[in-house]
Structure formats: C-alpha cells, structure tokens
Write a new protein. Sequence first.
Length: 317
Amino acid sequence: MKKFGFIFLLMSLFASCNLYQKYVVKQMKQMNQAGLTNYTGVFPNGKRSVSFTGTFDQNKKNLLLIHGYQGSSYAQWSVNVEELSKHFNIVAPDLNYHGSTYLPSDFSIEMQSDLVKDLMQQISDYTGDSSVANAKYIVVGSSYGGLVGARFAEKYPERVSAYVSLDGLTGCFDRSFTDSVAVSAGAKDAVALLNPTTGKELKKLASLEKPVHIPNFILNQVAEQHFCTHRNEKIKLLNYLNEHEKELSNHTFQWSCPVYLVWGENDKIIPLTTAKCLKQKYQIPDNRVFIYPNTGHILNMQNPKAFNKWVIETFAN
C-alpha cells in the first residue's frame, strides 16, 4: 500500500507540473542562445511577433523560415537555429493566429504573405537597420507555410533569391487524400485531425507515421495550451484552403528564382506524390529535388541534422 501511495503521489506531482510550458521555455532559450531576438509589436487591434538575428552580418546570406500549420517560429525552428545561425542571418515570423501573432483579418494566403513582408519592415523599424526589409532571402516554407512562401516569392521577387518547398502546400494537392488519412486514423476529417482538443485526439495526429508513447497528461497539456489557442481562427484558415481548393490547385506560380523541393518520403499529410507533381509542373531539375527516407511531414524537426546540413551545403557557400 505504501508503494502504491508513493506512485500515486508521484503521478499527481507530474500531472500538476506543466511540462509543456517548460518545453516552450526550452525552445525559446534555444532561439536566444543562437543569437535570435524576439520582437512582438503590440497594436490597437492585435500583435505581431517575429524572431530574428539580432545584428545582421552583411557577409552572411539571409534565411526566411516560414513555419507550418499549428507551428510557430520557436516551435518549428528552435532545433535548427543553433547550427544555421552560424552561416545565415535568420528571420522567422509567427504567422497570423500562430505563436504570439494575432491580428483580426481575413484568412487568406495573401494576408499571410503580406504579413511576412510587414514583419520584416517591423524588424527594420525596431532595429534601425533598413537592410532587413530590403535584403534578399532564401525562403523556406514548411507545409502550410510552403504556400505562404510560394506566394511571397511570386509577389515579392525582389526579396527572394531562392524558394524551398519543405513538404510544402504549393499546389498539386487534393484534400481528399488527407481526409482519407484522417478517417483511417479515427478522425472525422483533416480539419478535425489537425485541430485536436484532447490528448487522445492529439495522439491520433502524432501517431500518423509511427506510434508515440507519451503520457496522456502531457498530451492533454499540449492540446489545451497549444492546439486550442486561437483554434476557431486556425480552423478558418483551413476552411479558406478548402473553399478555394480548385483556385489554389489550378494556379501556376510565376517564380523568378530557383525552386527546390525537400520532402520526407513517408509524409502522410502532404504525400510524396505532391512533390513529384510539382517537379513535373514546374520542370524542377533533379539536382533541386531532395527526398529523405524514413522521414515524415516535419522533416526539419524529425531529422534536424540532415536538414541543417542540406541548407548549409546548398546555400551557405
């Protein structure tokens, strides 16, 4: 009985401990230790947040890292910035309704791409360094951020030296595939799968590629404190994509920069067939298409060493 009581007490202490918040603090420390500063501008109608290299080194190239759906600057890129910051100046925005950015707006991709440009100007205004807003960037867009990055590269070509679709939603995508994956995982559809409200629902999403063994109380914390934040607005972002699926799929981007495709072979959200379709549609040469085996949808987090190595070898020199 004494042993059982001790175990119960230990479990109670862990349950009351906010491990998710501790993990967020760790991610933010990783950003700071890599020399990145976070600036959140507060405005009458909301706030905008962006992380960036504190002082731009004119001898380095510039990386614009655009996170995916349900991500943020620190949540997606904290595992990469220590190594990448040795070779690049970095700008990593929080897209609207993600991280610390919240501005009443429509739910379009146009809104997000314009926000990225505004955040770069915000850095210049804050630091007094006009080069941040006027420099050219290697744009890396992950998942949903891939579509934002694709539109940014098309609309602001003077700010882009290369565009990388990292398992990106860049066209050639049929939502029925992800809906079918969601149903097979026990969710109603992709919108429900990507917006869990409980640890049990989150486990379905986290286990798409391989089973996860994380205690339910931790998954509940993540669901409540991360996925449920601005949940209604984030669902409307997906609804916008669904409502404009035909228009977005039929659009042919007019890029004036080199385009690269970097994909996880086992991606269950935006499958490898999408990368193959994009390669053919935009006539992207073989030496700009990189497929990583035994890797799923968020390649830079699942295999950060490989991702960092590829970015540095491809662009730093």
